[in-house]
Design a protein around this ligand. Sequence first.
Ligand SMILES: Cc1ncc(COP(=O)(O)O)c(C=O)c1O
Length: 424
Amino acid sequence: MFYAMQHAQEQDRKDPLKGYREYFFNDDDRLIYLDGNSLGRLPLKTIEKLNNTVQNEWGNRLIRSWNEGWFVKNQEVGKKIARLIGAKDNEVIVADSTSVNLYKLAFAALSKNSGRNKIISDNANFPSDLYILQGLLKSSFPNHQINIIDVESNWNQAQQKYRETIDDKTALVTLSHVAFKSAFYYDMNAMNQSIQQAGAIDLWDLSHSVGAVQIDLNKANTSLAVGCTYKYLNGGPGAPAFLYVREDLQEKLLSPITGWLGAENPFEFDLDYHPSPGLLRFITGTPPIIALAGIEAGVDLLLDAGMDNIREKSIRQSNYFIELYVQLLAPLGFELVSPDNEAQRGSHISIAHPEAQRLCKALIDDKIGNYSIIPDFRKPNVIRFGITPLYTSFQDIYIAITQLKDIIENQWHKDIELEDEVVT
Ligand SMILES: Cc1ncc(COP(=O)(O)O)c(C=O)c1O
C-alpha cells in the first residue's frame, strides 16, 4: 500500500540520490524540514568554505585576497550557476538582491525598447517584482503602464492570455518561472516565442525554479533573468542573487546604477563613467565576499547530482505527496492549490485550509506529535511544502502528511494562539 510507512522507506532505500542527504547539516532526527522554499539547508562543506574565507583569506591574507580570487568570485560563482541554468560562462554574474537585479534589468530593457510603453506581468508573480516595476514607472517611466494578467484563476489559459495581451506597444514581459505560492511552472520556450515575436523583451525571475527544475536559458533563447541563491541553491540567509543577460544583448543594455565596479577600469579612478564591456557593467559595488563564499558548495552539490536526476525525484516525490494528500487530507477539508499536472508544477506543493496558520504552527510545535515539521504559511490560508530532492526523503513526506492528519482529527491545533509573526 502506498500509504504505509514501509512503502516510503522502500522508496528511500531505492533512491539513487539518497546519499546527498548526508552532505547537509542536520543534528535533529525529530526535525522534518519541508520549508517551501524560503531558506535551503546548510551544506556541511559551506561551513568549511566560510571558515576558510574568514580565517585564512580575511584573517591571514587580508587585502591580498582581492587579487587571490575575491575580485572575480562573483564571476566564478556565476559560471557555476550558468552551468545549472543552461547559460554561457559570461552570461551570469552574482550581485545584489533579486529585487535590485530585477530593477537594473527592467530599467535596461525599458530604455532599450523606448518606443513602447507597456509592461505585462501576472498575479502569480512575486509581489516584490511588481513593486519594483511600480517604483520604476513612478521614478523613471511615468508614461508606461503595467498590465497584470489574472493567471491564478485558470493556469491552463495563462499562455493564451499572455498571447492575447502582448501587442506592438509591449516593451517588457516579466514573470516568475515557478510561482512562489502555487508552484505553477511556465513553459519558458513557448512564452519566449510569443514575447519575442511581438518585439517585446522577456525577463524571468528564476528564484523558485533554479535548482528545482531543469532550466536551459540558451535553448529557450531567454533574454534576461534574475534569481536568488538562498532557496534551492542553499546559499544561506540573504546570500546575494544572480542575474543573466544573453550575450548578444549585453553591449546594447546599460545598468541604471552606474557604480564603480561596473565601470570599464575601476582602478583608474576616472571621474567619468564608462561602462565595462559585456556583463560586468551590471555589477554595482563591492561584492559581499563572505556571503558569496556560502553559495558555492550548494551549487556544487546540485551540479554533481544533475538536474535531470533531481527533477525526476522531485516529480516522484511530489506525486507521492499528492497521492497521500488525496487519500488522507482532501477528505478533511483541504484543497490542493498547486497544479496536479506535474508538467505545470515546480518543486513545492501548496494546500489550503481555513485553519492553515494554526495547523502550520501545530506542525512546527515540537510538543505536538512525534516530529517538528517545518513547512511555511502564506496568507491567507496556504501551507507550502518544499520538495528538495537532495535532502527530502519519502519518509519525511509520509510523516508530515500523517502528522497533519492526526492534528486535524484530534483538533490539536485548536488552542494554538496566533501572534502576528513578521516572517512566516
Ligand atoms: C520569486 C521571488 N522573487 C523575488 C524575491 C525577492 O528576493 P530578494 O529579497 O533577494 O530581493 C523573492 C523572495 O523570496 C522571491 O521568492
